[in-house]
Design a protein around this ligand. Structure first.
Ligand SMILES: Cc1ncc(COP(=O)(O)O)c(C=O)c1O
Length: 396
C-alpha cells in the first residue's frame, strides 16, 4: 500500500490563494449574503450564439470521436487566416496545434523545451501556472521582478541581466495577467533580439489578444517565426469551459509537439473544436467586439473609481480584464485585507500573493468580469468598508 506520499515534484506546485476567497464567498452566499465577484478571471458573458449553434449542430450528428492530435484541419486553417487578417503574418497550418486551452498549449510547449535543471525567466507578478508548470518539468522558474517603471513587463535589459548558465528561455504575456499591461512593438523586438542573442527560446502568451482597448496587440509572430505562441478561445471568444486553445510552434518543434499532443491529450475536445469553427465568422466577431467595448467601459469606471478611493494604479491597464491595484495605503497584508473586504464589504478580489513574491502584500487584483451595475455597487461597498475601518486598523 502507498504510504500516502505524493511526488516531490508536486510539492513545488502552489495553490491558488483566491480559492480561499472563493470558498468563503460561497459560504457567505449560502447564508444569504450577496457577494460582488471581482476575483474571477473569466468573462461573465455566455458563449456567443453562433458558436453554440455550431456545437449543437455537430452534437446532433452524435459522432463525437477523437480528432487528429494536431486538431481539425479546418480550424487550423481558420486560425492561420486569422493571423493573416489580424497581424498580416503567414503562419503555416502545420505549425498550429489545437490544445485543451492555453493551459494545454503551455504544457506542450514546456514539455517540448525543458530538461531537468533548466531555468526559465518569468515576470513577477505574473500568471502563477507558468512557474508551477516549469517546476513540474523539473526546471526552475526564475522570477524577475517587474515594476511600474517597465509597465510590469520583462524587458530586453531584464533578460540580458538575468540570463545565467542554466537559463534556456523566457516567458512573456501581453496583455498581462494580473496587470493588463502590454509589450509594445519596439520592446517586443528588443526582447526577441535579447533572447536570440542568448540562443534561447521565447514563449509568448497572447491569450488576452482581442481584449485590448487602444493600440492593437502585437503578436511575437510579427517579429519572428522562432517563437512559441500560446492562445485560447477562453477569454476574448468567451469559451472558458470548452477547454480549447492553440499553440503555434517553430518548424523545428512540429514533430515534438505532435508527439506530445498524441501522448498527453490524444486530441483537444472534438465538440469544442467544431464549435470554435464559428468563432471567426462575422456574426461572432460583431458580438465579441461589442463585449470588448463593454469591457473597456467597465475598465474605465473601475479604474477611476478605485483611484478615487485611494488605491494606487500606476499603469493604466491596456487590455485583459484586470486591474492590479496597490492597496498599501490601507494595509500591509493584501491577503487578510481581501478576506476582510469579502467578510465585511461583500466584495471578492484576488490577493497579490497569487501572482508572485515581489511585494504581493501590496496588491489586489480586481477583475471587471461582472456587470457595470455590480462594479458600481462594488465601489460603493469598498468605500463604506474603508470608511468603517478604524484609523488604528488602517495600517497594520
Ligand atoms: C495569462 C494566462 N495564460 C493562460 C491561461 C489559461 O487559460 P485557458 O487554459 O483557459 O486557455 C490563463 C487563464 O486565466 C491566463 O490568465
Amino acid at each position: 500500500m502507498n504510504i500516502g506520499k505524493v511526488s516531490k515534484r508536486v510539492e513545488s506546485v502552489s495553490p491558488f490563494y483566491v480559492m480561499d476567497i472563493m470558498a468563503r464567498a460561497k459560504k457567505l452566499e449560502e447564508v444569504g449574503q450577496e457577494i460582488i465577484h471581482m476575483e474571477v478571471g473569466e468573462p461573465d458573458f455566455s458563449t456567443p450564439q453562433p458558436i453554440l449553434e455550431a456545437a449543437k449542430n455537430f452534437l446532433d450528428i452524435g459522432n463525437v470521436r477523437y480528432t487528429t492530435a494536431q486538431g481539425l484541419p479546418a480550424l487550423r486553417d481558420k486560425i492561420a487566416e486569422h493571423y493573416l487578417q489580424e497581424y498580416s503574418v503567414i503562419v503555416q497550418s502545420e505549425r498550429i496545434f489545437i490544445t485543451p486551452g492555453a493551459s494545454g498549449a503551455l504544457t506542450v510547449a514546456l514539455a517540448a523545451l525543458l530538461d531537468a535543471g533548466d531555468e526559465v525567466l518569468t515576470a513577477d507578478p505574473g500568471y502563477p501556472c507558468n512557474s508551477n508548470l516549469i517546476r513540474l518539468f523539473g526546471a526552475d522558474a526564475k522570477a524577475v521582478k517587474v515594476s511600474d517603471v517597465d509597465d510590469f513587463q520583462l524587458t530586453a535589459e531584464h533578460i540580458s541581466q538575468s540570463w545565467g548558465g542554466a537559463t534556456r528561455g523566457v516567458m512573456i504575456a501581453s496583455p498581462s495577467n494580473p496587470t493588463g499591461t502590454m509589450v509594445g512593438r519596439a520592446q517586443l523586438n528588443d526582447i526577441v533580439t535579447a533572447v536570440h542573442e542568448q540562443k534561447g527560446f521565447l514563449i509568448s502568451d497572447e491569450i488576452y489578444h482581442g481584449l485590448v482597448y487602444k493600440n492593437r496587440a502585437v503578436s511575437a509572430l510579427e517579429i519572428t517565426d522562432d517563437v512559441f505562441v500560446l492562445n485560447s478561445f477562453s477569454k476574448f471568444f468567451g469559451m472558458t469551459g470548452w477547454r480549447i486553445g492553440w499553440l503555434i510552434v517553430p518548424d523545428y518543434a512540429v514533430s515534438a509537439a505532435t508527439r506530445l499532443m498524441q501522448n498527453l491529450y490524444i486530441s483537444a475536445p472534438t465538440h469544442s473544436q467544431h464549435a470554435a469553427l464559428a468563432a471567426f465568422n462575422g456574426a461572432t466577431r460583431d458580438i465579441l467586439h461589442q463585449r470588448r467595448d463593454e469591457f473597456e467601459r467597465r475598465r474605465d469606471v473601475l479604474y477611476n473609481g478605485l483611484k478615487a478611493l485611494g488605491f494606487v494604479i500606476t499603469n493604466k491597464p491596456q487590455g485583459a480584464f484586470y486591474i492590479y491595484a496597490d492597496c498599501s495605503a490601507f494595509t500591509d497584508n493584501s491577503y487578510t485585507f481581501a478576506l476582510e473586504l469579502l467578510e465585511k464589504g461583500g466584495v471578492a478580489t484576488t490577493p497579490g500573493k497569487d501572482f508572485g513574491v515581489s511585494q504581493p502584500e501590496k496588491y489586489l487584483r480586481f477583475a471587471y468580469t461582472t456587470t457595470m451595475e455590480s462594479i458600481e455597487l462594488g465601489l460603493q461597498r469598498i468605500k463604506l468598508f474603508l470608511q468603517s475601518r478604524k484609523p488604528v486598523d488602517s495600517k497594520r
